[in-house]
Write a protein that binds this ligand. Structure first.
Ligand code: SF4
Length: 728
């Protein structure tokens, strides 16, 4: 028998928002290799540890049997799930959803999606929930990741559109990294920055972060900003720029509004105050302000340190307005560039896959936008009532208001803040459906119905990375077992509900289920048409063009031959008067400050070689070579003062729960600050809530407080205490 041929398929890495291109090798229906795509403009052939081991995790998923390959159903809560047919699973799910809809109305339903779904998946779910079911209770784990960046862009620049691009890393003379450990969380982008600095030794790099991370090792200047004080630090920088005459008055006058109010606001952000409250030396703040304002081109890169905050929108806006005040925007090498955590956080926003958004960057709160989307979809209307955002949705389920939770491609039982509250929500909901590729997530344990979904190497569609670049995702191997594509599951659910909800009317979901590429492309075409005339217009971008010319940045309207690298070069912003807006939002302290009972500030973050809840990376031993087990990092002075030893098992407690974890001495932290990685789940960490319920992972401790504008929770700070005592 001749050996099966080896095939090669161009696709995209499923991990972070850098969006690296990959070439997948496959043989006899199995993924056998992966390498970086030399033609992809995000990575030019390079891959980090996670990306370059994708073929090994794919193989480990087979040998360790971590994939969900068959629909499963529990006959009652507490019973083991048993295999059922797709028809049986979807009939049960749709009948129960319809019953809850009839008994309690559309707002008793909640759909919780993921920034790892493809744009086409998001589009189908958004239309199902907002167009067919008449609910806006559709949100996503991107709420935990990027919603403050969205709100910050909209508040200042008028649209959710990062204006800079990766090429600006090579063109910048000053790079300001804030709340971003890009060396671990966005490794290929960081390698690119390292290379740019090596080629241009006059480039200045400033890193502001409560932890002196690996990213800070590249810095010319490190600012150890105290947790939650970023707005005050940015205001202090603007205060100095005003005092020193480093602002661009001509740019401010021509292209912005609202500067006078901000000028008055930052008057009290004196260097002395910033030094005291932010923990930054006055001379360092002065140096950072000088480099930022006086560099020929300044680029800011920022991530969860700004976003995951109870004042996340204000932090984003305060940074963006430093660019507006100095004219550091709309030119090569300059501008704010938020780094997206997940591979398609951006694509989900583009199709309106959040509780407050509609298709093509339209706003749910805007009656005209609702009418436009209703007309596009052919429905009478889109409900005006705002949907529940991530934390609100689970709180509403815990309170009994939401009766059905449909969860796709994400693991809220581990990843949401205040884990006990999320457990109560999953226990109390009458129906929990989990649509997943992996059988090993904590959330699967709560599912009444489990639906097997495809994942990387099997999916078909598109994703958008941090620089607005849309890349194709292509299938290298067929779906394993009975797994189906996420959009197919949404469409098949919709088709079961339509006869009762829209009797006698044509289907809203005319997408062919087979071949899957035809259905995914039909969804793409509908999304593409919906962007006409919008800021992200991609009416000129077809799948054929993506195949022929490679990934493209939006906007790319009809007639364009390539996407647009940078935005706002003409100084015109997508606001009513064409001007960007300064936002005079005062500095607000942390939602849960440290005090005598809980004297430490715990922050969380990513490891270099792990991803989210480890359902994929946790299958591969070599990815534990960098960090083998969970550790709570603490400054050696704090350890000495409290009588703790390196490696000692301690109990770390917040107002919500407690965990047992070994300590690690870490002089890169400032005293009274602690760090622990976010990835470790029940296999590695266990603890207890105040009511005795078993908890697992770092979110046993974290708080549900969120930014009032973006609704993004404050995952970067929790007030905790440490004890030598054991858990009860
Ligand atoms: Fe994948 Fe991100 Fe690594 Fe690129 S940098 S290979 S997208 S994990």
């Amino acid at each position: 028998m001749p050996a099966s041929p080896v095939t090669e398929t161009r696709s995209t890495c499923p991990y972070c928002g850098v969006g690296c291109g990959v070439i997948i090798e496959a043989q006899a229906g199995q993924i056998t290799g992966v390498r970086g795509d030399p033609l992809h403009p995000a990575n030019f052939g390079k891959l980090c540890t996670k990306g370059s081991t994708l073929h090994l995790t794919a193989a480990a998923e087979v040998t360790r049997q971590t994939r969900l390959l068959q629909p499963m159903q529990r006959l009652h809560r507490g019973a083991a799930p048993v295999p059922v047919s797709w028809d049986a699973a979807l009939d049960t799910a749709s009948n129960q959803l319809r019953q809850i809809l009839t008994d309690h109305g559309p707002n008793a339903l909640g759909f919780y999606l993921s920034g790892q779904l493809l744009t086409e998946d998001y589009y189908a779910f958004n239309k199902l929930v907002k167009g067919l079911l008449g609910s806006n209770n559709l949100d996503t784990n991107s709420r935990l990741c990027m919603s403050s960046a969205v709100a910050g862009y909209k508040a200042t620049l008028g649209a959710d559109a990062p204006p800079a691009c990766y090429e600006d890393l090579e063109l910048a003379q000053c790079v300001f990294l804030v709340g971003s450990n890009a060396a671990w969380a966005h490794p290929i982008l960081f390698r690119r920055l390292e290379a740019a600095k090596a080629a241009n030794p006059t480039m200045k790099i400033i890193v502001a972060d409560p932890r002196r991370t690996d990213t800070a090792s590249l810095a010319d200047l490190y600012l150890p900003v105290a947790p939650g004080t970023d707005v005050l630090m940015f205001h202090g920088m603007l205060h100095i720029m005003l005092w020193e005459g480093w602002i661009d008055t001509a740019y401010i006058a021509a292209h912005t509004t609202g500067f006078d109010a901000v000028k008055a606001l930052v008057r009290t952000a004196t260097p002395e105050r910033v030094a005291q409250e932010c923990g930054i030396r006055e001379q360092d703040l002065l140096q950072a302000s000088r480099w930022f304002a006086q560099s020929p081109a300044t680029l800011s890169l920022y991530c969860q340190g700004l976003n995951q905050s109870s004042s996340g929108t204000a932090k984003n806006a305060a940074l963006i307005q430093l660019h507006l005040a100095t004219g550091q925007i709309g030119k090569p090498g300059a501008g704010p560039l938020s780094l997206t955590g997940q591979p398609n956080a951006m694509g989900g926003r583009e199709v309106g896959g959040m509780a407050n958004l509609l298709s093509a960057h339209r706003d749910l709160a805007n009656a005209e936008h609702r009418a436009e989307v209703a007309a596009l979809w052919g429905v009478a209307d889109i409900p005006a009532q705002p949907g529940k955002t991530a934390v609100e949705m689970f709180e509403a389920a815990a309170d009994g208001e939401i009766k059905a939770l449909w969860i796709a491609c994400t693991n809220p039982a581990q990843s949401m803040p205040d884990q006990r509250m999320v457990q109560r929500a999953l226990e109390r909901a009458e129906l929990v459906v989990v649509q997943e590729a992996f059988a090993n997530t904590e959330t699967c344990a709560y599912a009444d119905i489990l639906l097997p979904a495809t994942t990387w190497g099997e999916k078909i569609g598109t994703v958008t990375n941090s620089e607005r670049r849309i890349s194709r995702v292509r299938a290298a191997v067929p779906a394993p077992g009975a797994a189906r594509h996420d959009w197919q599951i949404a469409v098949q659910l919709a088709q079961r509900l339509e006869p009762q909800l829209r009797p006698g009317l044509p289907t809203l979901f005319p997408y062919p289920l087979q071949p899957a590429s035809a259905g995914a492309q039909a969804l793409w075409e509908e999304h593409r048409a919906s962007t006409a005339g919008r800021d992200l217009d991609i009416t000129g971008l077809s799948w054929e063009l993506l195949d022929a010319s490679g990934p493209q940045q939006w906007p790319m309207p009809t007639g364009a031959t390539q996407g647009q690298a940078r935005l706002y070069a003409d100084g015109l912003f997508p606001t009513v008067d064409g001007k960007a807006r300064f936002s005079a939002t005062p500095y607000q302290p942390l939602a849960e400050p440290v005090d005598a009972r809980y004297p430490f500030s715990l922050t969380t973050g990513r490891l270099r070689d792990q991803w989210h809840g480890m359902s994929r990376t946790g299958t591969l031993g070599r990815l534990f070579g960098h960090v083998a087990e969970p550790r709570l990092h603490m400054h050696p002075q704090d350890m000495e003062r409290r009588g703790f030893q390196d490696g000692e098992l301690v109990q770390v407690s917040s107002r919500r729960g407690a965990l047992l974890v070994p300590l690690q001495a870490d002089a890169q932290l400032s005293p009274t600050r602690l760090f622990m990685a976010m990835h470790w789940g029940s296999e590695f960490l266990s603890g207890r809530a105040a009511d005795g319920q078993r908890l697992l992972g770092i979110n046993a401790l974290t708080q549900p407080a969120f930014c009032p504008t973006s609704k993004q929770p404050e995952l970067k700070h929790t007030a905790v205490k440490l004890q030598k005592t054991q858990l009860p």
